[in-house]
Write a protein that binds this ligand. Sequence first.
Ligand SMILES: *Cc1c(COP(=O)(O)O)cnc(C)c1O
Length: 373
Amino acid sequence: MAPQVVAPSSSFDWKKLAFDLYSTAGYVKYVWKPETGWGNAEWVEQPYINLHVGSVAIQYGGSVFEGLKAFRQEDGQVKIFRPQENASRLNLSAEALSMPELPEEKFLEAVHTVVARNLDLVPPFAPYGGAGSLYIRPTMIASGAELALVAPQEFVFFVYVTPLGSLYGSAGGKAPAVDSIIVEEYDRAAPKGTGTIKAGGNYGPVLKYQAAAKKAGYPITLHLDSKTRTCIDEFSTSNFMAIKKASSPDATPTLVYPKSESILKSVTAKSLMDIARSLGWNVEHRPIPFQEVIDGGLEEVLACGTAAAITPIRSITYQDANGQQQKVSIGDGQNAGPHTLKLLEMLTGIQAGNKEDPSAWLWPAEGVDAAKA
Ligand SMILES: *Cc1c(COP(=O)(O)O)cnc(C)c1O
């Protein structure tokens, strides 16, 4: 039997939904201790946590996170996009920072519980996710206190949610293109560093460059590989993807995705590569020299990730060898290209249930069940 539908809250102003944190019914929390491993779920109503001032999370950056989304379907049910992928990536991040492994069942249980208890905060159904989603933020921190640089004796895994509008305005089939700029003064990740994991410490140093870029008219910042500064890595918060310039208008489209040791392995990018293959497109996963962009080799560029969904990029500004600022236009320099819009339609269509979901990416199959939380 399908779970009982819990309707979106009637007191929430869904039309004003932004990219922000809203108050919720609470969050779910698990504590790990050496004797017991991961304990049972605790429900916490207030969005706070009590930490020792010497906790490794605060002092040494012991903090990793995930981001995924739940979507309202046309029948009112709520389903989550590929949570198993986030469960496995969280463990990659945790392993890198000497944190304990979290079993997939525990991750899924936590995500299910927090969504089930906040079902009225999942925005109303709209075709292609046009009304937003419920953003889910699983987090693992080294909560124990240590003065020495060692892994502590206590860790906390918690999952909170917030209803979410669009980050760059992509929703409901519309996707305004944005201007991007390469961050020249700072590298977010080194080849043998932590760029492949979602460690909290990767994001703080980018804030000021992102803020400066935004002020200068570039909503999104791009990073080159730090070793050679010749190839494209990714945007500060999302992966880079492109459509290669076609030899003729009816040639098979080719999606290109950077191969790099220092980028975050995006679930959205992985999904888009599968979607591209299902559409019969070619997919190239290889290093992308920035020169290829300058030479006009890419006719569409997009940023992809859970928060950004798909954001079309209409220009990339960079500094040339003489330190002069140059701007490369992508496509018509104004609007999203047709292949970007096709990928957006397929991805958001699967998420909102407007398109078939052949690989069962939505979970649980019958919908999130408030009676099982
Ligand atoms: C989270 C994130 C992404 C996107 O990953 P998804 O799994 O698609 O949400 C891309 N790049 C960076 C740096 C990220 O933090």
